[in-house]
Write a protein that binds this ligand. Structure first.
Ligand code: G3P
Length: 215
Protein backbone atom coordinates (compact mmCIF):
# COMPACT_ATOMS: atom_id res chain seq x y z
CA UNK A 1 0.00 0.00 0.00
CA UNK A 2 1.22 3.48 -0.82
CA UNK A 3 1.44 6.02 2.00
CA UNK A 4 0.75 9.69 1.28
CA UNK A 5 0.95 12.76 3.48
CA UNK A 6 -2.13 14.99 3.56
CA UNK A 7 -0.41 18.33 4.04
CA UNK A 8 0.98 21.39 2.28
CA UNK A 9 3.86 21.74 4.74
CA UNK A 10 7.12 21.30 2.83
CA UNK A 11 9.01 20.68 6.11
CA UNK A 12 6.69 17.79 7.03
CA UNK A 13 6.94 16.32 3.54
CA UNK A 14 10.73 16.57 3.52
CA UNK A 15 10.96 14.72 6.87
CA UNK A 16 8.97 11.72 5.67
CA UNK A 17 10.48 11.78 2.18
CA UNK A 18 13.98 11.56 3.63
CA UNK A 19 12.87 8.65 5.86
CA UNK A 20 12.01 6.79 2.65
CA UNK A 21 8.43 5.89 3.58
CA UNK A 22 6.55 8.49 1.53
CA UNK A 23 4.93 7.70 -1.83
CA UNK A 24 2.98 10.89 -2.44
CA UNK A 25 1.27 14.02 -1.15
CA UNK A 26 -2.30 15.28 -1.21
CA UNK A 27 -3.22 18.90 -0.64
CA UNK A 28 -6.53 20.73 -0.52
CA UNK A 29 -7.48 24.43 -0.29
CA UNK A 30 -7.80 24.23 3.52
CA UNK A 31 -4.31 22.73 3.93
CA UNK A 32 -2.78 25.27 1.54
CA UNK A 33 -4.47 28.18 3.39
CA UNK A 34 -2.94 26.94 6.68
CA UNK A 35 0.57 27.46 5.27
CA UNK A 36 -0.03 31.13 4.33
CA UNK A 37 2.12 30.75 1.20
CA UNK A 38 1.54 30.99 -2.54
CA UNK A 39 0.05 27.74 -3.84
CA UNK A 40 2.24 27.27 -6.91
CA UNK A 41 5.43 28.03 -4.98
CA UNK A 42 4.54 25.31 -2.46
CA UNK A 43 3.70 22.84 -5.24
CA UNK A 44 7.00 23.46 -7.00
CA UNK A 45 8.97 22.89 -3.77
CA UNK A 46 7.15 19.62 -3.07
CA UNK A 47 7.71 18.38 -6.64
CA UNK A 48 11.38 19.41 -6.50
CA UNK A 49 11.91 16.94 -3.62
CA UNK A 50 11.15 14.16 -6.10
CA UNK A 51 7.78 13.08 -4.65
CA UNK A 52 6.21 11.15 -7.55
CA UNK A 53 2.54 11.96 -6.88
CA UNK A 54 1.35 15.41 -5.73
CA UNK A 55 -2.38 16.16 -5.74
CA UNK A 56 -3.38 19.80 -6.30
CA UNK A 57 -7.03 20.80 -6.19
CA UNK A 58 -8.96 23.03 -8.57
CA UNK A 59 -11.18 25.71 -7.03
CA UNK A 60 -13.36 26.59 -10.01
CA UNK A 61 -16.84 25.10 -10.02
CA UNK A 62 -17.79 25.13 -13.72
CA UNK A 63 -16.59 22.53 -16.23
CA UNK A 64 -14.64 25.16 -18.15
CA UNK A 65 -12.94 26.54 -15.04
CA UNK A 66 -11.98 23.08 -13.77
CA UNK A 67 -10.59 22.00 -17.14
CA UNK A 68 -8.61 25.22 -17.53
CA UNK A 69 -7.21 25.07 -13.99
CA UNK A 70 -6.52 21.36 -14.34
CA UNK A 71 -4.51 21.88 -17.51
CA UNK A 72 -2.56 24.68 -15.85
CA UNK A 73 -1.79 22.65 -12.69
CA UNK A 74 -0.79 19.61 -14.74
CA UNK A 75 1.59 21.79 -16.74
CA UNK A 76 3.48 22.84 -13.60
CA UNK A 77 5.17 19.46 -13.12
CA UNK A 78 4.77 15.86 -14.39
CA UNK A 79 4.15 14.61 -10.82
CA UNK A 80 0.97 16.67 -10.41
CA UNK A 81 -2.37 14.91 -10.11
CA UNK A 82 -5.36 17.24 -10.45
CA UNK A 83 -7.94 17.03 -7.68
CA UNK A 84 -11.50 17.58 -8.87
CA UNK A 85 -14.64 17.49 -6.68
CA UNK A 86 -17.35 14.88 -7.17
CA UNK A 87 -20.01 17.07 -8.77
CA UNK A 88 -21.77 16.81 -12.15
CA UNK A 89 -19.37 19.46 -13.50
CA UNK A 90 -16.46 17.63 -11.85
CA UNK A 91 -17.38 14.40 -13.65
CA UNK A 92 -17.46 16.18 -17.01
CA UNK A 93 -14.18 17.94 -16.31
CA UNK A 94 -12.57 14.67 -15.22
CA UNK A 95 -13.66 12.94 -18.41
CA UNK A 96 -12.06 15.71 -20.50
CA UNK A 97 -8.86 15.94 -18.43
CA UNK A 98 -8.41 12.15 -18.27
CA UNK A 99 -8.87 11.79 -22.02
CA UNK A 100 -6.04 14.33 -22.45
CA UNK A 101 -3.74 12.24 -20.25
CA UNK A 102 -4.05 14.28 -17.06
CA UNK A 103 -4.29 12.10 -13.96
CA UNK A 104 -7.29 13.13 -11.90
CA UNK A 105 -7.95 12.52 -8.20
CA UNK A 106 -11.72 12.74 -7.66
CA UNK A 107 -12.29 14.11 -4.19
CA UNK A 108 -15.11 14.64 -1.68
CA UNK A 109 -16.43 11.12 -2.32
CA UNK A 110 -18.86 9.77 0.27
CA UNK A 111 -20.60 6.83 -1.44
CA UNK A 112 -19.68 3.74 -3.47
CA UNK A 113 -21.93 4.93 -6.30
CA UNK A 114 -19.93 8.16 -6.52
CA UNK A 115 -16.76 6.05 -6.63
CA UNK A 116 -18.26 3.97 -9.46
CA UNK A 117 -18.84 7.17 -11.43
CA UNK A 118 -15.29 8.39 -10.77
CA UNK A 119 -13.96 5.15 -12.27
CA UNK A 120 -16.27 5.44 -15.29
CA UNK A 121 -14.92 8.89 -16.21
CA UNK A 122 -11.35 7.65 -15.96
CA UNK A 123 -10.15 9.10 -12.64
CA UNK A 124 -6.70 7.86 -11.63
CA UNK A 125 -7.60 8.06 -7.92
CA UNK A 126 -10.85 8.18 -5.97
CA UNK A 127 -10.72 9.84 -2.55
CA UNK A 128 -13.39 8.66 -0.08
CA UNK A 129 -13.33 10.77 3.14
CA UNK A 130 -13.69 8.20 5.90
CA UNK A 131 -13.02 10.40 8.96
CA UNK A 132 -15.79 12.79 8.01
CA UNK A 133 -18.22 9.86 7.72
CA UNK A 134 -17.11 8.57 11.13
CA UNK A 135 -17.65 12.09 12.52
CA UNK A 136 -21.31 11.96 11.64
CA UNK A 137 -21.94 8.47 12.95
CA UNK A 138 -21.43 6.46 9.75
CA UNK A 139 -18.81 3.70 9.50
CA UNK A 140 -16.27 5.24 7.10
CA UNK A 141 -14.30 2.04 6.62
CA UNK A 142 -17.42 0.21 5.38
CA UNK A 143 -17.31 2.54 2.39
CA UNK A 144 -13.74 1.48 1.58
CA UNK A 145 -14.83 -2.16 1.72
CA UNK A 146 -17.65 -1.43 -0.76
CA UNK A 147 -15.48 0.53 -3.19
CA UNK A 148 -12.70 -2.09 -3.20
CA UNK A 149 -15.32 -4.76 -3.96
CA UNK A 150 -16.99 -2.75 -6.75
CA UNK A 151 -13.66 -1.94 -8.39
CA UNK A 152 -12.54 -5.57 -8.20
CA UNK A 153 -15.83 -6.76 -9.73
CA UNK A 154 -15.22 -4.71 -12.86
CA UNK A 155 -11.44 -4.54 -12.86
CA UNK A 156 -11.40 -0.73 -12.78
CA UNK A 157 -7.92 0.79 -12.90
CA UNK A 158 -8.85 3.69 -10.58
CA UNK A 159 -6.88 3.49 -7.33
CA UNK A 160 -8.66 3.76 -3.97
CA UNK A 161 -7.06 6.59 -1.99
CA UNK A 162 -8.35 6.52 1.59
CA UNK A 163 -8.62 10.15 2.74
CA UNK A 164 -9.65 11.98 5.90
CA UNK A 165 -7.61 9.48 7.92
CA UNK A 166 -7.51 10.37 11.62
CA UNK A 167 -5.48 7.64 13.36
CA UNK A 168 -3.23 4.59 12.75
CA UNK A 169 -6.14 2.12 13.02
CA UNK A 170 -7.64 3.73 9.91
CA UNK A 171 -4.38 2.99 8.06
CA UNK A 172 -4.30 -0.61 9.27
CA UNK A 173 -7.94 -1.24 8.37
CA UNK A 174 -7.43 0.31 4.92
CA UNK A 175 -4.42 -1.96 4.34
CA UNK A 176 -6.39 -5.04 5.45
CA UNK A 177 -9.13 -4.17 2.97
CA UNK A 178 -6.62 -3.84 0.14
CA UNK A 179 -6.95 -0.08 -0.45
CA UNK A 180 -4.23 1.18 -2.81
CA UNK A 181 -3.28 4.33 -0.89
CA UNK A 182 -3.89 6.02 2.47
CA UNK A 183 -3.25 9.74 2.88
CA UNK A 184 -2.78 11.03 6.40
CA UNK A 185 -1.66 13.99 8.49
CA UNK A 186 2.00 14.10 9.59
CA UNK A 187 1.07 13.15 13.18
CA UNK A 188 -0.60 9.93 12.05
CA UNK A 189 2.39 8.91 9.92
CA UNK A 190 4.70 9.58 12.88
CA UNK A 191 2.57 7.21 14.96
CA UNK A 192 3.05 4.45 12.37
CA UNK A 193 6.78 4.63 13.07
CA UNK A 194 6.67 4.75 16.86
CA UNK A 195 6.07 2.06 19.46
CA UNK A 196 6.93 2.42 23.18
CA UNK A 197 8.31 -1.15 23.29
CA UNK A 198 10.75 -0.27 20.48
CA UNK A 199 12.05 2.67 22.55
CA UNK A 200 12.25 0.62 25.76
CA UNK A 201 13.93 -2.28 23.98
CA UNK A 202 16.53 -0.04 22.39
CA UNK A 203 17.27 1.70 25.71
CA UNK A 204 17.86 -1.71 27.35
CA UNK A 205 20.12 -2.95 24.53
CA UNK A 206 22.24 0.20 24.74
CA UNK A 207 22.47 -0.03 28.55
CA UNK A 208 23.48 -3.70 28.44
CA UNK A 209 26.04 -2.95 25.74
CA UNK A 210 27.86 -0.75 28.27
CA UNK A 211 28.59 -3.93 30.29
CA UNK A 212 30.30 -5.66 27.34
CA UNK A 213 34.12 -5.53 27.71
CA UNK A 214 35.60 -3.29 25.04
CA UNK A 215 39.00 -3.14 23.43
O1 G3P B 1 -7.44 16.03 1.81
C1 G3P B 1 -8.68 15.47 1.98
C2 G3P B 1 -8.97 14.87 3.34
O2 G3P B 1 -7.95 13.98 3.68
C3 G3P B 1 -9.33 15.86 4.41
O3 G3P B 1 -9.34 15.30 5.69
O4 G3P B 1 -9.37 15.58 8.15
O5 G3P B 1 -10.15 17.48 6.69
O6 G3P B 1 -11.51 15.41 6.94
P1 G3P B 1 -10.13 15.98 6.92
Amino acid sequence: MKLFLDTASVAEIRTMWEMGILDGVTTNPTLVAKEGRRFEEVLREICALGVPSVSAEVVGTSVEQMVQEGRHLRGLHPSIYVKVPMTPAGLRATKTLSSEGTRVNMTLVFSANQALLAAKVGAAYVSPFIGRLDDQGQEGMALIDEIVQVYENYDFATEVLVASVRHPVHVLEAAKLGADIATMPFGVMEKLVQHPLTDLGLARFLKDWEKVPKG
